[in-house]
Ligand binder design. Sequence first.
Ligand SMILES: Nc1ncnc2c1ncn2[C@@H]1O[C@H](COP(=O)(O)OP(=O)(O)OP(=O)(O)O)[C@@H](O)[C@H]1O
Ligand SMILES: [Mg+2]
Length: 468
Amino acid sequence: MADPTVLLVDDEAAARRGMLRTLDGESYVLKEASSGEEALSIIENENIDVALLDVNMPGMSGIELLGRLTKLDRAPLVVMVTAYGSESVAVQAWKSGAYDYITKPYDPEELRLTVRRALEKRKLETRVEQLEQVVSEKEGHGMLIGESQSMRKLYSLIERIAPTDVTVLIRGESGTGKELVSRAIHNLSQRQAKPFVSMNCAALLETLVEAELFGHEKGSFTGALSRRDGKFKQADGGTIFLDEIGDMSAQSQAKLLRVLEERSFVRVGGNEDIHVDVRVVSATNQDLQRHIADGTFREDLYFRLKVVELNLPPLRDRLGDIPLLVSHFLKRYNTLHRREIGGVGEKAMDALLAHYWPGNVRELRNVIESAVVLSDGPTIDLEHLPPEFRPEPVSISGSAPSREIPSMDDDRPFQEVKKEFVEAFERDFLTKKLEENDWNVSRTAELLGMHRQSLQQKLKELGIERSK
Ligand SMILES: Nc1ncnc2c1ncn2[C@@H]1O[C@H](COP(=O)(O)OP(=O)(O)OP(=O)(O)O)[C@@H](O)[C@H]1O
Ligand SMILES: [Mg+2]
């Protein structure tokens, strides 16, 4: 394994130098970043094991950066470096997912120890992940958890299409398991011993698309220092996974379409025709039909990609799978964080079952991990869940409880009866939708295709509010 890497993030050069000196001679690679933005770009592109973050930086602060990092799938462990006397910030950081914190001015030995401990932990994490990877590679779709009707249907579809070479488009909201399903398809196919190459289409730089897809000859453009194979060549014999296909630019779409149609290409700057045998699986959380309608996604490419389409159900449509997923993640994070949490209390489970889960399984995974860290008892209880899971008493004030709906026999003027009827409907309907969405106005508005401001206005007019 490559040497572990530690990233020092501080806007002050002198502070970085101090840490460099303190950590010099330890057996890991040290890197520096002078702003939150720079750190984020390094972390997204390289494998950083531990990051030391200064809290106060102009631009993106350490806390903000921490927030961004917790959304990544493979974020480094974070040690916050806070000024003496701001321990409350440190505790806040710890609750937001930081691994540890130290206060400035720090004791050199403490800094060395903290980093060593973090790296130990990271090693363990990596080992668990590798083990899971090995297990899941053996088990095909066994790595997918869920016994609901919709998941069973998905498994049988996967088993049916995996052994064929058919092109598959996977659709589903963020965090529903699209990448996991694409790996399952590969693992259950005859191509499983060959490479599975994944490419994030949203992150492709316009100028490098061709080189990335097809490779390039030495010297074909500035920076092309040697000849390189593109993703399609790397995946020869195996599967290429084109992720976030809905975010691809028009130009990249045209280039991709060409290789899908011809199954052959030339390297940038070359003239030798390269033929490859690659199975294409792609994924998106975007509404491609809408993109096709407004002209931002090519319909011909869409038809190439969606020979078979798999739709992954959002977690809120398979709430019955939550207990299974919870025990799966509990097991995983108990090992990782050396805990022995036995289960989830009744109230906490009710709260998990009542949640809307916009981030789907990934969100559930993160909630369980943070709860495992925060719980010191034998179970996970309500107070270990993020604040939005702790219900506040709900009551509707204003002219509700919903006034009688006027009956057909009402003899008052039509306009008057109609107004009452419509208002009663609006009040009941909006209240129900808000309740379903934990009274999150923005989310409810989006779901209903309304502007947030107009929903808010409506709520005011109808006297709907959630009382604290
Ligand atoms: N059915 C499932 N069983 C177990 N783990 C799952 C399942 N679905 C998703 N996960 C886990 O949830 C996380 C997110 O899954 P994945 O990366 O496959 O989602 P995605 O659909 O590709 O999301 P995005 O659109 O945001 O890229 C991963 O850690 C994955 O292992
Ligand atoms: Mg994904």
